[in-house]
Design a protein around this ligand. Structure first.
Ligand SMILES: Cc1cc2nc3c(=O)[nH]c(=O)nc-3n(C[C@H](O)[C@H](O)[C@H](O)COP(=O)(O)OP(=O)(O)OC[C@H]3O[C@@H](n4cnc5c(N)ncnc54)[C@H](O)[C@@H]3O)c2cc1C
Ligand SMILES: NC(=O)c1ccc[n+]([C@@H]2O[C@H](COP(=O)([O-])OP(=O)(O)OC[C@H]3O[C@@H](n4cnc5c(N)ncnc54)[C@H](OP(=O)(O)O)[C@@H]3O)[C@@H](O)[C@H]2O)c1
Ligand code: SF4
Ligand code: SF4
Length: 490
């Protein structure tokens, strides 16, 4: 018997520190941690003590014997990770050094802008300093960023992370100010006058835009996700669900979330905290088929294996891949490929289906006043500078659809008064210290964490390691008198 990490893992590594025999990897100090889709338990070393279950904030760890059918594939997924060569691990899990704060007359006082995962993990780390005070400013009427407005409503266990954030928020020294937009309701200079430092964890609120004719006829996954999650900026949106087919451009985990929400039985969604207007619209939906179109091949799918496994367990929905779309990966293996091959033209005749398509780049969104489909260029793959790229073959393919959604990634917005790298949509920084790109010098008292620091990739827990790195830099500056004491106390 062993314990198993299942799909709702958010990579925060709490389990790693709880495990007495160090059998959960990669650990945050291992090189593959930053890119790992999830963490895995080594069945050969697990002693079944159950300590990791209590440590996991999202209920992702299950004893082998308690796995239901939907999560049984994770037994193999966990074990397979240890079949690949790995460096030998030390017996005990890594212990992270506690923050050491040099006593100064005024304990650290930090303003954090945003209240998403990066902000909450940064606050938690800062509050380990004796006497520290953290003021968190959030523009929305409620906290926790994409953990609330991004994570899909049917990912119930992942949403439980909010309970861990509630625990962080209950600590002495923590103050949350919701409905306050920094830059509009309060300025950066106001915050710096009252705190030793300002840490921006504002996420990546915008999205990458498709630059093709007719692009304005497509909606974005950012808007669709915000709508079904009741984000106040998008509550009044309407989406055309009257046609039998929808197309999603891009095949990351957000695209799979959207495809799943579009095809899941609304009676199942009714049991979640999906926004009620979205639920009513989905009840009236005529969408029967969702095409998820990737521009490269199956081996380059941007979604994670765990999310694909989750998609396959949605009742009443077939997930298929046309056999010819798998041909470009005929000589490859690993990742999601073995599972994708089992989906070739698979179908049980369910009323709704999701079709994963490959090698299609949108050239034009068709339609006049509203989208009626997408014209795609068909691609082949070519290796250029170590990266597999999509190259058009000259062939075209049109797909009819009433709803076209682009899900091609999020993008940071410039923060007033801070330098901004337009190419990456991030604030230039070193280890979380904001730097002036012209001089390369740190901007005193200003830090970043989360998606605005490193770009829009990674799971909720990835922001824990990221926030820790920033807070360590901040406290090092505080200890070395690089952060003048705030001159206003209120
Ligand atoms: C659709 C979607 C679904 C996802 N699902 C999962 C999942 O199931 N599991 C998982 O592990 N990861 C998931 N992720 C990834 C995860 O949500 C991100 O890694 C994480 O939320 C990034 O954290 P952040 O704190 O950098 O940004 P955010 O979560 O975006 O938080 C930023 C916060 O800053 C606030 N803010 C912005 N500007 C200001 C301002 N000027 N003043 C005050 N407040 C401001 C925003 O309102 C927001 O609350 C998902 C991501 C998306 C987009
Ligand atoms: N359940 C979860 O754990 C969960 C859920 C949602 C999101 N997240 C995380 O949140 C992050 C963001 O996810 P995401 O889905 O928004 O982004 P993503 O993983 O970066 O996927 C973006 C997709 O858009 C495609 N794309 C980019 N530019 C394009 C263009 N111009 N034309 C056509 N296609 C284009 C990409 O193709 P190429 O690969 O060819 O560039 C890729 O398929 C990810 O790290 C994700 O894992 C996690
Ligand atoms: S059950 Fe115990 S030994 Fe097994 S992974 Fe969890 S903490 Fe480690
Ligand atoms: S969510 Fe965190 S504690 Fe749970 S399994 Fe994943 S890394 Fe471990």
């Amino acid at each position: 018997m062993t314990h198993v990490v299942t799909q709702s893992c958010c990579n925060d590594a709490s389990c790693v520190h709880a495990c007495p025999v160090n059998c959960i990897h990669p650990t945050p100090d291992e090189p593959d941690f930053a890119t790992s889709e999830m963490l895995y338990i080594d069945p050969a070393s697990c002693v079944d003590c159950g300590a990791c279950i209590t440590a996991c904030p999202v209920g992702a760890i299950v004893p082998h014997g308690a796995l239901d059918d939907a999560r049984r594939p994770f037994l193999t997924i966990n074990a397979d990770f240890y079949r690949r060569p790995r460096p030998p691990a030390p017996i005990l899990a890594p212990v992270s050094e506690p923050l050491r704060v040099r006593p100064r007359p005024e304990p650290p006082r930090v303003a954090i802008v945003g209240s998403g995962p990066a902000a909450m993990y940064a606050a938690d780390e800062l509050l380990t300093c004796p006497g520290a005070r953290v003021d968190v400013y959030e523009r929305l009427p409620f906290p926790y960023g994409l953990a609330r407005t991004g994570v899909a409503p049917d990912h119930r266990s992942t949403r439980q992370i909010a309970e861990q954030f509630d625990t962080i928020a209950r600590q002495d020294g923590f103050r949350l100010h919701t409905g306050v937009e920094v830059g509009r309701d309060v300025t950066h200079d106001d915050l710096l006058a009252r705190h030793h430092a300002v840490l921006y964890a504002v996420g990546a609120a915008s999205d990458r835009r498709l630059d093709v004719p007719g692009a304005s006829l497509a909606a974005t996954a950012t808007e669709f996700v915000a709508w079904y999650n009741g984000h106040p900026d998008h509550a009044d949106r309407a989406f055309d669900l009257a046609h039998r087919r929808a197309v999603i451009v891009g095949n990351g985990n957000v695209a799979l979330d959207v495809a799943r929400i579009l095809t899941t039985d609304p009676d199942v969604l009714a049991d979640t905290d999906i926004a009620r207007p979205a639920l009513e619209a989905l009840r009236a939906s005529r969408v029967e088929e969702v095409v998820v179109a990737g521009r490269r091949g199956p081996a380059q799918s941007a979604f994670t294996l765990s999310e694909l496994v989750g998609l396959l367990s949605v009742p009443g929905v077939d997930v298929t891949v046309p056999a010819e779309d798998l041909e470009s990966a005929a000589n490859e293996d690993g990742g999601a490929l073995p599972l994708l091959r089992t989906l070739a033209e698979r179908g049980s005749g369910a009323r709704r289906r999701i079709v994963l398509r490959y090698l299609l780049t949108p050239e034009r969104i068709l339609g006049d006043a509203r989208a009626t489909g997408v014209e795609f260029a068909r691609n082949e793959l070519a290796l250029a500078e170590g990266t597999v790229r999509a190259v058009p073959t000259g062939e075209r393919e049109s797909v009819d659809a009433g709803l076209v959604l682009t899900s091609i990634g999020y993008r940071g917005r410039p923060v007033p008064g801070l330098p901004f790298d337009d190419a990456t949509g991030t604030v230039p920084n070193r280890l979380g210290r904001v730097v002036d790109p012209a001089s390369g010098d740190p901007v005193p008292g200003v830090y970043v964490a989360g998606w605005i620091k490193r770009g829009p990739t990674g799971f909720i827990g990835t922001n824990k390691t990221c926030a820790r790195e920033t807070v360590r830099a901040l406290i090092e500056d505080y200890n070395n008198d690089r952060l003048p004491a705030p001159h206003l106390t209120r």
